[in-house]
Design a protein around this ligand. Structure first.
Ligand code: SF4
Ligand code: SF4
Ligand code: SF4
Length: 310
């Protein structure tokens, strides 16, 4: 049977999502031997966009059945590549929270480009001050976009990085002839085995400079819910799946609160309102929470969630 062609691209991306693909491990090896043929994946395979010697005028990516795209869209080059992938691939998977919701790079949506460039090239303590680079730099778009603000997306696999179980499950579903795949619409709390002792009055937010109350020799289900302990755990408003299929959330397994890296539970969610509700129902004075926007929008600042401050 002919192998299914697959193309992969990284836009405004850190390559963690590509490492998540490699972390599929032996299942990926089997797929590559029997079912899949990567026709384009710049992170590991050389491919010249404009012909071998740059002789072509138009960007060209080979045709494929499945196109996987990581990263958000921040400049003209990202946009052009995303549009070419959409033209050449029958199905597009947005891989990782940068692609699905803007991710960490979309924090820039709170600031002006000139302030960002000034900080990076002159004000940062680890930089020798210099002018902004001007040659071979694609023009910036007016803000950082999630992929579906630029092109149509068929399948969303959030996570920073996404768990390899979901990437494998999505690809296997497509190979099985399905044209749709969606992760369950559940929250991190739904997958968290910590002990809930009921709604007690939360007084002050505890920063993670304090250690939560737990016994490292005891299993996770003997630790009290971190939100009930006063730590800002974003489990109630974050999409589940980070531990892999059926496994507990990754940060909670290391006794750390969830920071929201899988983004909102569903597209229509209102995490800010829902989280304020979760805090209020635990008796917490929500006015004590500083920088709500940045905290709740840290991984999902596209789609107009984070806007310029001034
Ligand atoms: S989602 Fe996370 S791992 Fe993937 S590209 Fe963005 S920052 Fe990197
Ligand atoms: S708030 Fe955090 S610690 Fe509590 S149940 Fe949800 S994910 Fe677990
Ligand atoms: S617990 Fe939250 S922050 Fe940690 S990996 Fe899971 S979704 Fe991401």
């Amino acid at each position: 049977m002919a192998k299914v062609k697959i193309a992969e691209e990284w836009l405004n991306s850190c390559s963690g999502c590509e490492i998540a693909i490699l972390n599929i491990g032996e299942v990926l090896v089997d797929l590559l031997v029997n079912n899949l043929d990567f026709v384009h994946i710049p992170v590991i395979m050389d491919h010249k966009y404009y012909g071998q010697t740059g002789e072509e005028q138009k960007l060209d990516i080979p045709e494929a059945v499945v196109g996987i795209i990581s990263g958000s869209v921040r400049n003209e080059e990202h946009k052009e590549i995303a549009e070419e992938m959409r033209k050449k691939c029958q199905l597009i998977i947005a891989l990782g929270t940068c692609a699905t919701n803007g991710g960490i790079p979309a924090l820039i949506n709170m600031y002006k480009d000139e302030d960002m460039l000034d900080f990076v090239y002159r004000q940062s303590p680890t930089t020798d001050p210099g002018p902004n680079p001007t040659s071979h730099i694609p023009p910036l778009l007016e803000r950082c976009y999630a992929l579906d603000e630029i092109i149509d997306v068929d399948i969303y696999l959030p996570g920073c990085p996404p768990h390899p179980d979901w990437i494998a499950a999505a690809v296997l579903a497509l190979l099985d002839g399905k044209t749709e795949f969606a992760m369950p619409e559940r929250s991190v709390c739904d997958m968290c085995p910590t002990k809930k002792e009921g709604k007690k009055g939360l007084e002050d937010i505890k920063r993670m400079l304090k250690t939560p109350d737990f016994n490292p020799d005891k299993p996770l289900d003997e630790m009290r819910c971190l939100l009930e302990q006063g730590f800002l755990c974003l489990g109630p408003v974050t999409k589940a799946g980070c531990g892999g299929k059926g496994k507990p959330p990754r940060c909670l397994s290391t006794r750390m609160p969830c920071r929201g890296c899988y983004g909102p539970i569903r597209k229509t969610s209102k995490p800010l309102i829902d989280y304020m509700g979760a805090l209020a129902s635990n008796g917490f004075d929500t006015s004590k929470m500083l920088d709500r926007r940045g905290y709740l929008g840290r991984f999902s600042g596209a789609h107009g969630v984070l806007k310029r401050l001034g």
